[in-house]
Design a protein around this ligand. Sequence first.
Ligand code: OFO
Length: 166
Amino acid sequence: MASQKMIDTLNEQINKEMFSSYLYLSMSSYFSDKNLTGMAAWMKAQSAEETMHAMKIYDFVQNLGGKVILKKIDEPKNEWDSPKAAFEDALEHEKFISRSINEIIDLAISEKDHATHNFLGWFVTEQVEEEATASEIVDKFELIGDNKGGLYMLDRELGSRGTTGE
Ligand code: OFO
């Protein structure tokens, strides 16, 4: 059985994952408003993934015999200076989530909680992937600069998420 401190920490992580979902949905709405439908679809899919992350932890807490306590979800930003700025924020947010996962692993190690340590391995791999993907998109924005045609192409490319097996 995990410690109550661990259950509380995992409950906080559920909240962070739900906030991630909310943040990416807000970004999706921002992109829709700019008629960047591909980016809007990409962020909507990302939002759904984050809800799935929250639910993975939700189920794990229950399997540990702990009680899931849902906390208030903060209001996300709803406006960005540019599409690139939104993806830069997404990258920074993923780095924050990676640090948070690493801190829980540090706690699991200090408490010799092998079950939670093992469970979080999936999230470590997932975070590496998510940071790499967000970073790659930010790099593409750098390449595009102010080129409207490039923005159009990137919007199309991101809109193909889910149809290319991503
Ligand atoms: Fe973006 O991986 Fe969960 O938060």
